[in-house]
Write a new protein. Sequence first.
Length: 642
Amino acid sequence: MRLIRIALGNANPTVGAVRANTDQVLALARAAAAQQATIACFPEQVIGGYPTGDLIQWPRFVAAQREQLERFAAASATWPTVFVLGLTTSVGGQLFNTAAVVHGGKILGLVPKEKLPTYSVFYERRTFSRGGPDLKLAACGVPLGDYLFGFDFGIVAVEVCEDSWSPDGPMRRRCYSGAEIVINISASPYRLGIAETRREMLATRSADNQATLVYVNAVGGQDELVFDGGGYVFQNGRLVLEVPRFASGLATCVVDLDRTTLRRTENTTWRTDCEAFQRLGAAVPVLRSPAATAPGDGLPYPAPADGSFFLPPAGEPPLPLRDRVLDELFEALALGLKDYFVKTESFRRIGVAVSGGRDSVLSLLVAWRATQLLARDTAPGAPSRTGDVLSAFYLPTRYSRPETRRAAETICQELGVPLAVVSIEEAFDREVEATREMLGGREPDAVTLQNIQARLRALRMWNWANSAQGLFVQTGDMSEKAVGYTTVGGDLEGAFSVIANVPKTTVMALLERLHRRFGFRGIELATAIGPSPELAQGQQAEAELMPFEVLDACLSLYASDKMAPADVARALEAAFPDRAPEQLRRWAEAFAQRFARAVFKWVQSPLALHVGSLDLDRERALQLPVVEKGEWREAPPPDAGA
């Protein structure tokens, strides 16, 4: 047997907090060493935080990370554990996203990331240089490049995040060069349903390369991104350890590396491919550590918990996939809000304007869960009750319905959130009169009357936020934002948006799930009322737009799948066979027009959490021009090209 203990440290770093981030890693590393961990790993860019944006262009920021890595090495010099952690490294005019290997007080080497993503929320190729085969550089005396690391227990490869997402990544050549254990350090943001994709992909990489694969992920919020943490250990494709997500901490397991060697010996396909690679003479060199690692003699053999060597453990019956995904989404939104509140160090309270409708009730529930996470992580003596941190406001006019007020009051009472009822009716009348004067006595149009109310509510919330040092949470959803069913300076306002990338149909599904989980009567009251901004008498959102299930289908087909309106209409016919094709065509065309015209609005919206594969964010996700003509959307005439 060749037993080793592997430790995965889920750290929650903050960009720029190089000293505090390193202290956090040192605490986890100390705990790993105390548990006789042979090797311990921590997330990508854990010293400097991730993503850094253009802050990485400041040389002092990069230099500070190297200083902290050296401090970490000195502090861990007497611990026999091997450590792997991430930072930015500078060599000449190049910056690399590297995994550092530290052992016995020395930085043994730095391995740069090779697959630099520039899709979705990622911009790494803008600032980082790529690693690759045969790269051999020196970073202040430390080897930087394509290396393996040799220890008394075996050969280790290290890589960074995206390098595992490609089947043609560096793992293949490193395993053919002798690596038995591969450590992947990651800062992979949460996306709806990402856990299943990530787990399946990593299991496949471990099986393909007949390796013990260790994956550790960052946890916590950073600006608009949420990192869900967690981690895995797969041995030759078999799951050994799955780490809980959405929480910092340390998890360990024991593996027998002789099992990895045996499976390679048995697998003729792997051996044949390895032979072909070795004939090329391109083996990855090994950097060896002279220091001894934690002895594995006293480690227990990793016997199955329930005693069966042939069957997986019974465990608890899993939740249905849809419920699990919705629960994770709720947790991700709350974690993102909590960390933004804490890490900015700018706020003392969180404020939500609660209309009693679906969006505002869900936003309040997210804020409520964020205060629970805050209480869990806060030192004794700090505010711990929801009411100590969270405030809610109901700001009615003549168009506010009794049903929505009852929903707002009920949910606030159930959550323990103080609710202030402050009418904007008189201010509405005054503003209408002022607008009338500016128009030379002419009456404001209907849309202006609606926008006045929305802007007054935003003004009141900003006034509260200024005086209470409060974080003003914007409560709009993705569907309404996509088609401009919002008011600039009104409901589009706020300091931070929690559901701006959550489509309306998902809002509804999430509220239904939360009602089943918690049984809050306020959710039931809110979902029993038809969606309405309540800015005009009898106003109904779906009557002014289209049914939200159709709108969200258009949003996915047009903005995510990049279909032309005519193709969207055809797809809608298959999705909604009970609706008239002509009506679906009109809705598809209307969506495309509204979407293009709405870009100028949503580029002005506040920072919003990214939680899906499609996000409305011009800076990080969907980079669309504000000025655009729709001629390209027009279908060619039937005889075109004849």
